[in-house]
Design a protein around this ligand. Structure first.
Ligand code: TRP
Length: 449
């Protein structure tokens, strides 16, 4: 498609903002802390950081580059890139995996965002007088209540669809301009409180104490999957956002800013959350309920806890919201550009599909909890399928396509990196990232077998 016909971000900062908005989400504030808790703390953090640097950042640049050069939704972009490179149409798989994967992610993402909405409303009344046991019951009670889960999931899907309906600049860009700065401010405030009133040094030890022995194949796969998840990689989101990026902008530099911001938010959120976990003598390995079972306890005891608690949950809603819109956009762009559907019809169709699957996810916590595949309920199944299989697979294909299929000169002209830096990035994509992804897979299969 002719690039002059597509919408474009209004500036380089707008692209950074929306991409940080996509990257920073429940992954940073909900998933990173609970996965760190269940995967042994610093071992997980160390591998996660290594994966962000060695696999994530190079792929973030590659995916944004594919989008800008391809100028289309993930499928159309891959079609024109494959044609340009004289390569097989099989590479379109990158686009399809992305579009489908993003919808699968959103179906459980929206249910979790629904939990956060429930806690936001609860935070209005404050958490005064609640103890550990009561908070455990509140969370268990929420999971056991299909109607509540579905109702909140519906609200969140409506919020997300509403923004995407507004279009690229008026909808997505404007929402991010308002929400992202607020998010950073609230997070810093929370960390400051954690430092004076809770156990920041215990949190620091838990996250950064060097313990290479605790690293095993499962931790490595979980950490790699999380690096993909938190950077929004491999699911067509970055590719689609990249396709709205003006030609004059350096993809390399903007990608670095985005990855740095995303990692900082995760580490800061982790530090703040574990400060409260340890100060209260709580268990780090409780799983997906971690922030919901621990933080309200902190809010119930700290000065101005009601205000801080409410601000915190609003922050998480913002973070989830700016991410979910990036999960709707690839499929929307595909339907609009491929089937000439109107934007409104496309958004509604996509949202309806995701909503239906999300209802099944909500029910998997209660009425349908008996339904298991490979021993996993629907929620864990979708998370595992996307983070541990689809995203790494898409990442592998993106690395191979960029550094082995496309003409080197085309890649070089698009990426905006000078000689040496380009050589390094290209070499990493050619050798390091693919080998690392394949090795991690093989290792896990070997361990399971
Ligand atoms: N990165 C987001 C988070 O951490 C989630 C997300 C948004 C995402 N868009 C994505 C994950 C695309 C994978 C692919 O919460």
């Amino acid at each position: 498609m002719d690039s002059s016909k597509r919408s474009h971000w209004s500036s380089r900062w707008a692209f950074i903002l929306v991409t940080v908005g996509s990257a920073v989400g429940l992954g940073n504030i909900w998933k990173f802390p609970f996965m760190t808790g269940t995967n042994g703390g610093s071992a997980f953090v160390l591998v996660y950081l290594a994966c962000v640097v060695g696999i994530g950042v190079p792929l973030l640049m590659a995916e944004a580059m594919l989008g800008r050069r391809g100028q289309g939704d993930p499928v159309d972009a891959m079609r024109s890139l494959a044609r340009e490179a004289g390569a097989s149409r099989l590479w379109l798989a990158i686009g399809y995996i992305g579009i489908v994967g993003a919808l699968l992610i959103l179906s459980f993402y929206s249910v979790v965002a629904g939990w956060i909405l429930e806690y936001t409303v609860r935070a209005v009344g404050g958490f005064q007088g609640m103890d550990k046991a009561m908070l455990g019951e509140v969370f268990a009670g929420l999971l056991a209540d299909p109607l509540r889960l579905v109702a909140w999931h519906t609200v969140f899907m409506a919020l997300s669809a509403g923004v995407v309906l507004g279009g690229v600049t008026a909808g997505i860009e404007r929402a991010n301009k308002i929400m992202m700065p607020g998010l950073f401010a609230i997070l810093l405030g929370l960390l400051g409180y954690g430092a004076v009133a809770a156990d920041l040094s215990a949190a620091f030890r838990f996250l950064f104490h060097f313990e290479p022995k605790a690293i095993d194949a499962q931790v490595v796969l979980a950490a790699m999957g999380h690096a993909f998840f938190t950077l929004s990689l491999g699911m067509g989101a970055i590719m689609t956002y990249g396709s709205y990026l003006g030609r004059e902008i350096s993809i390399a530099r903007t990608s670095l800013v985005v990855a740095t911001a995303d990692t900082l938010v995760a580490l800061l959120a982790g530090l703040a959350i574990f400060s409260f976990v340890f100060a209260q003598g709580l268990e780090p390995a409780v799983g997906p309920g971690l922030i919901l079972q621990t933080l309200p306890l902190a809010f119930s005891t700290m000065p101005f806890g009601d205000v801080v608690g409410l601000l915190f949950f609003v922050l998480v809603v913002f973070a989830a919201w700016t991410s979910s819109i990036s999960l709707i956009e690839p499929a929307t762009a595909y339907l609009v550009e491929h089937f000439s559907l109107g934007r409104r019809a496309a958004v509604l169709l996509v949202s309806l599909l995701v909503w239906l699957l999300g209802v099944a996810v909500a029910l998997s916590f209660n009425d349908w909890s008996g339904f298991k595949v490979f021993g996993l309920g629907l929620f864990d199944l979708l998370d595992t399928l996307t983070s541990k299989i689809m995203m790494p697979l898409a990442g592998l294909l993106i690395a191979l396509f960029t550094a082995r299929v496309m003409q080197r000169a085309h890649v070089e002209s698009e990426i905006g990196l000078g000689g040496r830096a380009f050589g390094l990035w290209y070499g990493v994509l050619r050798y390091v990232s693919p080998v690392a992804i394949v090795l991690i897979f093989l290792n896990v299969i070997g361990v399971i077998g």
